[in-house]
Design a binder for this molecule. Structure first.
Ligand code: AMP
Ligand code: FE
Ligand code: FE
Ligand code: ZN
Length: 273
């Protein structure tokens, strides 16, 4: 099985890179891509563990772009080389994330729901290049007794437009697509069915986006069929994966959604051409 959308605790997943690779191996996944949010800091550990387990790793990242005030997730897949401009851009993204955590914490304090910001900034893997986000704030709210679950934290405080929501600032998706391409990578619009901005596809394609995520845990059969048609009509490659964030996380489960072999082969040819 092939899964090209996975998260570790280097961003908001629960498993360490080594734990994730072991779970993939046990589940029968033989090609995997770790696509942590705005960081490639998990690449080396995942590559080492994958090689040891006899699995194939495609280096990936899920970059957060901003369009009309909303988050747009752009996946990037890369050959095994380090690209300084990509690393610099992602480091900047992570600085924005830290500033946003402070801003959200200030709002929460004003609402009488203070959290331990330092615990958020130090939570999870103690790892240079780790990216933090709202799920860790949700955990701090649970720890402080303000909410019972991550879902409740998002529904009442952290979700778009909620009480402690702070809009994100960042690059438009076209700019992210260009950055990924100029870094030798292949960009794919993540879970377009959730995003619901098909109107933007032509401009993303013009910017150099060669692929789109068709297979995803939050895509129903109708969405999958629609993006399959769209990909064929526009000559786009198809990517896919579970978006697994951990056994008990509210996301896809390992092996639940995988990428059919033929689409992986097409992607591989383009990526390693
Ligand atoms: P951020 O990276 O700070 O924008 O936070 C977005 C992340 O929060 C997404 O990548 C999801 O993994 C996670 N997320 C979004 N909605 C929820 C929810 N209702 N419950 C738990 N996690 C969520
Ligand atoms: Fe996430
Ligand atoms: Fe995403
Ligand atoms: Zn994801």
């Amino acid at each position: 099985m092939i899964d090209l959308h996975l998260h570790t605790n280097v961003s908001d997943g629960q498993d360490t890179p080594a734990e994730l690779v072991e779970r993939c191996r046990a589940r029968g996944i033989r090609v995997l891509s770790v696509t942590d949010h705005d960081t490639t800091a998990g690449w080396d550990a995942t590559a080492a563990a994958s090689a040891a387990a006899g699995l194939t790793l495609v280096r990936g990242v899920e970059v957060t772009a901003v369009l009309d005030g909303r988050d747009v997730h752009v996946l990037g897949y890369f050959p095994p080389i380090r690209v300084p401009i990509l690393d610099e851009f992602l480091a900047e993204q992570r600085q924005h994330r830290i500033r946003r955590v402070h801003a959200i914490a200030d709002r929460l304090a004003a609402l009488g729901k203070p959290i331990d910001v330092n615990a958020v900034l130090c939570s999870g893997a103690r790892h240079a290049g780790r990216s933090i986000g709202r799920p860790r704030i949700a955990d701090a709210m649970i720890a402080a007794g303000h909410v019972a679950s991550r879902d409740q934290a998002f529904a009442e405080y952290l979700g778009t437009g909620c009480l402690a929501f702070v809009p994100r600032t960042g690059a438009p998706p076209e700019e992210v697509v260009e950055l990924i391409s100029s870094s030798g990578g292949l960009a794919s619009l993540a879970h377009p069915g959730l995003l619901d901005r098909d109107d933007r596809l032509p401009s993303l394609i013009v910017a150099g986006m060669p692929a789109i995520e068709v297979f995803h845990s939050d895509h129903d059969a109708e969405m999958r069929a629609r993006y399959q048609r769209l990909a064929r009509a526009s000559g786009l490659l198809m990517t896919g994966g579970s978006d697994y964030h951990g056994e008990t996380a509210a996301h896809g489960q390992l092996g639940g959604v995988t990428l059919p072999e033929e689409h992986y082969q097409a992607l591989r040819e383009r990526l390693f051409a």
